[in-house]
Structure formats: C-alpha cells, structure tokens
Design a protein around this ligand. Structure first.
Ligand SMILES: [Fe+2]
Ligand SMILES: [Fe+2]
Length: 291
C-alpha cells in the first residue's frame, strides 16, 4: 500500500530520510494485532498466539499485569492468565503501548512536554481519548483500535523534526518553524513515516489530519477524532504539565459541533469525559514501570 502524496516524495530530504531509517522499528506484532482486532470475533487464544511471538513483549505484559495497577495479589505467569485477570481490553491497550514505546519514551528538546515521560503520556492520553470517541462514533471511516494506534503515533513526526529545529524554537513550536526546518510539518511527516511502516490507511490519514481543524468541513472522522482527543487532553495539560488535575471540567460548548459531526449525542459528553479521565488516571503508573 502506498498512498503517500507526491508532495512528500518530492520534499522529504535525504538527511530526514536517514533519520527516519534510524528510528526504532515498530514491532511486527502491531500489524498482526491490528488485523486481529479488526475481526468481529477473536478469542484470547488468538491474542496469545500473536503476542507469544515477541518474548520481550510477553515479559513486559506480565510485569504490567502483576503490577499494583490491577490490584492482583497473586502472581500471573502466563498470557492466558493475564487475559482472564486483567481483561482483554486492558491487555490490548498495553500491547499497543508497549509495541510503540521505543518511539514514544524519547525526550524531546524543543516541544512543550514535561521531562518525566511527557511525550509518552501525551501520546497515550490522545490514544485513549481517541479510542473512546471512536467507540462512541461507530464511524465506518476509522475503528476504535485504529484510532488508538493513530493516537499513539500521531506526533511521531516531532521525533524527527526535533533534531532539525533552530535553537530558538522552544515550547509551542509552530507549523511555520517545522516547515522552515525540514519542509514538512509534523503531521505530514508522520503520515509519510506511517506509510513507510505500512500502517492501515485510516490510521495514516487520521494522523495526517489531526491538526486540520475541528471546523474544517473537508476533514474526515479520523482526523476529527484525533483532533478532538488532543484538545480534551490539552484542557488538562496531560503530558505537558507535571501536576495535572483531571477533575477540571471540560465544557461541551467548544466541541458541540464536532460531536454532532461525529454523530455522538451531546447528552453523552459528560460520560465520555468521565471515561477518558478514568483511562488517563492510570497512565502515570504504567509509565513508571520500567521497560
Ligand atoms: Fe499531539
Ligand atoms: Fe500534533
């Protein structure tokens, strides 16, 4: 599959390509896992077969499953047990998080994430929020698991651009500064990178459009879902400030139009925000568990 726009092929420079080549590769498990998640039915055994191929992943999964996060007192020794005790949905999230953390655990010099895993927390927060909105939207354009992976990787372009920015580009790095540095902004570069990695089109397209604007009539549901997820996480400064107060209210009003475009009733807003809060509240502990 190759849906990379011509513009990218013409403008990505050799030194940028070389830097992309040196990025930690995405575990093959993520592709199989996405495929598996797309099926209407799959069993814990199917899940186990896929992750058993990556021993480092299995070790990490068991560590997370045995952590205080899930309040289990006895030790979990197999994936099958972990699935039963922690729940398939939680384990799916952990698999995606672990398979991408070689990328998202990096510290960025120029962008405004805090230095205690801020970039990872931001990526994870947007992934969890995007999945919540995608589940509510039931869109044909992007599925919840694709929205989750899109959220995890939506800012992956920043990992490369960070190395090319001028020293005075700090904090709120602008699109103009990114384009001055490499000729593309971080959303365009992320689309290019994710196409190189053969991620599904709904993921690459959503990532490309995560800053295209919630009021842009041309934007599609995937881009809207990632954009909305990012804005909600930013209300709390998740990943950007060290002390976040997740109890801060997230008013519906600025997001009412985009919610309507996604076919989500306004009456569901409070519940969705509450769900996202619950998901985000366990993230810092998950981050502190060493790989
Ligand atoms: Fe972001
Ligand atoms: Fe972004």
């Amino acid at each position: 599959m190759d849906s990379t726009p011509d513009k990218n092929w013409r403008t990505v420079r050799f030194d940028v390509l070389e830097r992309i080549d040196r990025m930690p590769s995405l575990s093959a498990v993520i592709h199989e896992f996405l495929e598996l998640s797309m099926r209407d039915m799959f069993s814990a055994t199917d899940f186990e077969k896929v992750i058993a191929k990556d021993q480092a992943l299995v070790a990490r999964l068991l560590k997370v499953a045995n952590s205080g996060l899930y309040g289990r007192s006895r030790s979990i020794a197999s994936i099958a047990e972990a699935v039963v005790l922690v729940g398939l949905e939680n384990l799916k999230r952990i698999v995606f998080a672990v398979t991408t953390e070689g990328l998202t655990r990096r510290k960025l010099v120029h962008y405004d994430y805090h230095d205690q895993g801020g970039f990872w927390l931001h990526s994870m927060g947007v992934a969890l929020a995007a999945r919540t909105f995608a589940e509510a939207a039931r869109s044909n354009a992007i599925r919840p698991e694709e929205a989750f992976v899109g959220g995890l990787l939506h800012d992956v372009g920043k990992l490369v651009i960070d190395e090319f920015l001028e020293a005075d580009a700090v904090g709120k790095v602008t699109k103009r500064q990114e384009i001055a540095a490499i000729g593309l902004d971080h959303a365009e570069l992320a689309e290019y990178i994710l196409n190189q990695w053969n991620l599904p089109e709904p993921v690459t397209r959503a990532v490309r459009h995560h800053h295209s604007g919630l009021d842009d009539p041309a934007n599609f549901e995937g881009g809207l879902i990632l954009g909305l997820a990012e804005k909600v996480c930013d209300v709390w400064g998740f990943g950007r400030h060290l002390a976040v107060d997740l109890s801060t209210d997230v008013p519906l009003e600025p997001f009412a139009d985009v919610l309507a475009r996604l076919g989500i009733g306004a009456g569901r807003w409070d519940q969705l925000v509450w769900d996202i809060r619950q998901h985000l509240s366990g993230c810092e502990e998950l981050y502190r568990l060493d790989a």
